[in-house]
Design a protein around this ligand. Structure first.
Ligand code: NAD
Length: 358
């Protein structure tokens, strides 16, 4: 039997309680996983003098597969996002976020089966940002010849042929491998003609290579948001630059019932990090309250990535059954949020383990 080496970053806020449940549930699938637990985030700064210690990166580089609980990012001040740093350091250029309706999850929509493919390394997330009054900001303002107020802070939006071609190819290859029919590229190229324009230009070139196998279309981001809430069934695989991808992922998570059930993966060449779309929900820290489903479904994606298809299917089925029955589910899955029959994070995990054993 294969033993898989997997790095586990428990996360902070509610991360550790969710991660420990997911670890137990994955073990109960029978797949042998040798977990290497490594810590990152605000809570380890005192110990390591950085929120992203080197041993985290070296562990993931060695094991090539990681599961991560959410990590808090301070707003406005403090360190930059560890989540973004991990994606950049490990060159995890593709963010894959499947959004599927599960029976029993309260949502305005049913039968949704969409996959959002978000570029992870470029765009306004590249971290090329200058504060108001800095030399760099002032230089750029002077190049712009009166188009920018003199006291502006500046964020730069790089979109390259290299970054776009690898993400669009990833989306098309995913579509082929997963029996999908269509890829929709989304930008605001009517306004950002050079950056978003390049994204469409490159996407069109790559789409030609898949002609006859996978359909291709383009949408503008504003129209796409409206289309997704009016006719989500028209879409299949959606590929977007980083910032639009971030926003549309949450929109699509909302279509299928919210962050509690939205899994994700960040993938590079031969390396993958699995995590939920949601954050650390710090207000619920230590309360054994939040929903473990999103990270569990990320675990299902991880099992598939490890070629443990049977275990992935068994776990997916157990999660779907527990949700459909609606008994052993967390507060956010009950019709009323203060429903006293809601169970905790741990108890939902235990119900899923029992279901797998039936
Ligand atoms: P959040 O996703 O943590 O929480 C928003 C709200 O959604 C919560 O208050 C809660 O009501 C609900 N929620 C989230 N996860 C849930 C779950 N598993 N079960 C039930 N309800 C859940 O978003 P936020 O409050 O904007 O961010 C908190 C922190 O997390 C921030 O520091 C942010 O930067 C970080 N964050 C991390 C990641 C990541 O690790 N990849 C992703 C997003 C946000």
């Amino acid at each position: 039997m294969t033993i898989h080496n997997v790095s586990l970053i428990p996360g902070d806020g509610t991360g550790p309680e969710i991660s420990s449940v997911v670890q137990k549930v994955l073990e109960a699938t029978g797949v042998k996983i040798n977990w290497e637990v490594v810590e990152a985030g605000a809570d380890v700064i005192d110990k390591y003098k950085t929120p992203l210690p080197d041993n985290v990166l070296s562990s993931i580089r060695k094991n090539k597969v990681a599961l991560k609980g959410p990590l808090t990012t301070p707003i406005g001040t403090g360190f930059r996002s560890v989540n973004v740093a991990l994606r950049k350091e490990l060159n995890l250029f593709a963010c894959l976020r499947p959004c599927r309706s599960y029976q029993g999850v309260r949502s305005r929509f049913a039968h949704i089966d969409l996959v959002v493919v978000r570029e992870n390394t470029e765009d306004l997330y590249a971290g090329v940002e200058y504060p108001s009054g800095s030399k760099e900001a002032n230089d750029i303002i002077s190049w712009a010849k009166g188009k920018i107020f003199p006291d502006a802070a500046i964020s730069i939006k790089p979109i390259s042929r290299t970054g776009t071609s690898r993400i669009v190819r990833f989306a098309f290859d995913y579509a082929v491998q997963n029996n999908r029919k269509k890829v929709t590229a989304v930008t605001k190229a009517n306004i950002m003609k050079f950056t978003d324009g390049l994204f469409f230009e490159v996407a069109r070139e790559i789409a030609k290579e898949y002609e006859g196998k996978i359909a291709y279309e383009e949408k503008l981001i504003d129209n796409m948001c409206m289309q997704l809430v009016q006719n989500p069934e028209l879409y299949d695989v959606i590929v977007l630059p980083n910032l639009y991808g971030d926003i549309v992922s949450d929109l699509c998570a909302g279509l299928v019932g919210g962050l509690g059930v939205a899994p994700g993966a960040n993938m590079g060449e031969g390396i993958a990090l699995f995590e939920a779309v949601h954050g650390s929900a710090p207000k619920y820290k230590g309360l054994n309250k939040v929903n473990p489903t999103a990270l569990l479904l990320s675990g299902v994606m991880m099992l598939r990535y490890l070629n443990e298809e049977k275990a992935a299917e068994k776990l997916n089925h157990a999660i779907a059954s527990v949700i459909a029955e609606g008994q052993s589910v967390t507060y956010d899955m009950k019709p009323q949020r203060n429903d006293p029959t809601a169970v905790g994070t741990r108890e939902m995990g235990e119900a899923i383990i029992r279901k797998m054993k039936m």
